[in-house]
Design a binder for this molecule. Structure first.
Ligand code: PLP
Ligand code: COI
Length: 366
């Protein structure tokens, strides 16, 4: 049946035994991040001879993989992270999903994987949200976090791009990303580990980047920090980004710096949106390198008033303290700054349909 479906149409195989309403209510009452999942998933197969085929919404279930499946050996895998929101008028929406589709294909090209048509990407996410629309968590800042991903599924041990791939989307009702719920996070500057080198995979959202970051993230956790700050691989001097978020630095003259996209940091969609909103608010935004010692000096002199991290999962999160082997420094009063809060509330208001969507960022799910 599914084989005959048009490529952008998802045939739905409804779950025979979905989670019952009472259990679901309990599961989504305080979901945290990435631990609760909905009943279904989107699935599309790729074979180099057939292209993309068999687009379906199916019951979410464990995968059965041959031990020689290519992804298990050479990590040919990419993913995206985006959220579906329940708006005040009861409708559902995505935020700039075509940007996630575009970045997914940039990641695919870097990892020698086939591109997925943008329309198929966006429809996969929409079809899944429509099917599992009763899973929105009734919590402050709640959303359904969507995780589209693709992996090499050929059973073969030779080192070459796989001939077969599986694309899936899973959905997770979420609240805030940080467990601590503290008003500002504390970050750890990694001395030894870098995330991405020029010519590497830093701008791709591939699983391997995150695998390589875990030891540094674990070091951060050991030092009671929430996230790791990565410096550039060549000079160990320029601040690049956090393990899973981009960074913005705010100054007392109303200007803002964010590290430039040069292939070693992830081109965040939240980052891009914040740049637009800040410029509209009359702020000067400079995409330029910012050194770790300058960050400390500017925080100590008061020239730097605020720093925040941003991303789909973290939204906009103030950075209060920066720690490292040589001690720590505090930004502003160590809590959320005024401009950070203003930019955050502007962004969230657009995402949730509470402010005018002047840029056509909000994509309703009919
Ligand atoms: N940087 C990294 C390493 C990330 O994993 C993410 C999250 O996706 C971001 C930045 C922020 O990207 P976005 O705003 O598109 O979620
Ligand atoms: C996201 O924000 O979507 C990410 O992938 C980052 C990760 C820390 C969950």
């Amino acid at each position: 049946m599914a084989e005959t479906a048009a490529p952008h149409e998802f045939v739905t195989d409804t779950h025979p035994a979905p989670v019952d309403a009472d259990t679901r209510t309990a599961m989504i009452s305080d979901p945290g991040f990435g631990r609760v999942f909905t009943d279904h998933m989107a699935s599309v197969h790729y074979h180099e001879d057939k292209g993309w085929h068999d687009a379906k919404i199916i019951p979410r279930a464990p995968l059965s993989l041959d031990p020689a499946t290519a992804v298990l050996h050479y990590a040919q895998e990419i993913f995206e992270g985006m959220k579906a929101y329940r708006l005040a008028d009861g409708s559902m929406a995505l935020f700039r999903p075509e940007e996630n589709a575009r970045r997914f294909n940039e990641s695919a090209r870097r990892m020698a994987m086939p591109e997925l048509p943008d329309g198929l990407f966006v429809e996969s996410v929409k079809a899944l949200v429509r099917t599992d629309a009763h899973w929105f968590p009734p919590v402050e800042g709640g959303a359904i976090y969507l995780r589209p991903f693709m992996f090499a599924s050929e059973v073969f041990l030779g080192v070459k791009p796989s001939a077969e791939y599986r694309y899936l989307v899973i959905a997770s009702p979420v609240g805030g990303y940080f467990k601590s719920g503290a008003p500002a996070i504390r970050v750890w500057t990694s001395e030894h580990y870098t995330r991405a080198a020029p010519g590497g995979t830093g701008a791709a959202k591939c699983g391997g980047n995150y695998a390589a970051s875990l030891i540094a993230q674990a070091e951060a956790t050991r030092h009671e920090c929430d996230q790791v700050v990565f410096l550039d691989a060549a000079e160990r001097r320029w601040v690049e980004e956090l393990g899973g978020m981009n960074l913005f630095f705010l100054f007392d003259d109303g200007s803002i710096i964010t590290p430039p996209l040069g292939g070693t940091i992830l081109p965040g969609i939240t980052r891009d949106s914040i740049i637009t909103l800040a410029k509209e608010a009359g702020l000067t935004v400079r995409e330029e390198p910012y050194a770790i010692d300058q960050w400390e000096a500017d925080a100590k002199s008061g020239k730097l008033t605020e720093t925040f991290a941003c991303g789909t999962a973290a939204v906009v999160t103030p950075v209060g303290k920066v720690a490292g082997v040589n001690g720590e420094f505090t930004i502003g009063a160590g809590g959320p700054g005024q401009l950070t809060e203003k930019l955050k509330s502007q962004l969230v208001a657009i995402q949730r349909g509470d402010a005018e969507d002047r840029h056509g960022w909000v994509h309703r799910i009919e």
